[in-house]
Write a new protein. Sequence first.
Length: 115
Amino acid sequence: MASYKQTEYEVLRQRCAALAQQGWKQVAIAQALGLTQGWVSRTLTKYRQQGQDALAWRKPAGATARLTKEQLTQLVEELNKGAEYHGFPGQIWTRPRVNQVIKRLFGWYATAGQL
C-alpha cells in the first residue's frame, strides 16, 4: 500500500469517486491508487451518503474540552500569577502542577488532550 500525507487523501477520495462513476470496480480503484479495498469501500459509502462534502479533507476534531471558556479564562488568570503563588517551588509550570491547580479550582484532574 502506498503512503500518503493526510492532506493528500482529499484528492484520492475525489479520484476514487470519479473512477467509481466511470464504472471502475472497487478492487481496480484500490490497486490503481495504491490503497486498500476497505478504504475505497468506506470512501464510496460516505460519498453515496453525504455527496461531495464527504470527499473534503477536515482537520481531526480532537477531544472535547472539559473546561468551559469561562473556566479556561480563570485558569489562565491563575497560571499567570505564577507557580510560586500557588505554593510550588520555582516558576516552572508542569502538567502535574497545572493538574493540581485545576483540581483545586474545579474539582477534577485533566489528562493530556483534555484542555
